[in-house]
Design a protein around this ligand. Structure first.
Ligand SMILES: [Zn+2]
Length: 166
């Protein structure tokens, strides 16, 4: 199975090229399956838990439409449903890891959910949830990596690329 193609922080399906979410194991457009074996174990666990909640959503979130068509308004905006409350609790309560490697990987995972291009109320709410998680991870990182300013600067840099100042 091919790996997802990473272009900056945007992930695209290597087969059809649509933008995909980092946790997705299968392309929602062409159904190509991705190889997630390279995933860090903590991230894999985080992603699996999130995906299993999300699968129970009444209406699937169309990330492709949100990212592509929001500017011209040709889509029905995704509505918050009780499943999102469950997802939110899951994200907020997922334990921030302790090791440097896990912190780095989970940080990058969290950042992949922040989509500054979308102006939908739904995405803005999720941006806030992930921003809070990112801050949580950064606080712990700044303790665990107190002797590694270079990596901390790198995390700050990644955050600033999606408009978050840490
Ligand atoms: Zn595809």
């Amino acid at each position: 199975m091919p790996e997802k193609e990473y272009v900056g922080s945007i992930k695209k399906c290597p087969n059809c090229g649509i933008v995909i979410e980092s946790f997705q194991s299968k392309c929602p457009n062409c159904e190509l399956e991705f190889n997630n074996d390279y995933l860090n174990q903590t991230v894999a666990q985080f992603a699996d838990g999130l995906e299993s909640i999300m699968m129970k959503r009444n209406n699937m979130v169309d990330y492709f439409e949100i990212s592509t068509f929001s500017k011209i308004g040709k889509f029905k905006e995704t509505q918050w449903e009780s499943n999102d409350d469950t997802q939110q609790r899951y994200v907020e309560n997922f334990p921030v890891p302790n090791s440097k490697e896990d912190l780095l990987e989970v940080f990058i995972f969290a950042i992949s959910f922040i989509n500054q291009k979308s102006e939908t109320k739904y995405q803005i709410t999720w941006n806030d949830i992930w921003t809070n998680k990112l801050k949580q991870i950064y606080i712990k990182s700044s303790i665990a990596m107190s002797d590694d300013q270079e990596t901390l600067d790198y995390l700050k840099q990644l955050a600033s690329e999606v408009g978050i100042s840490l």
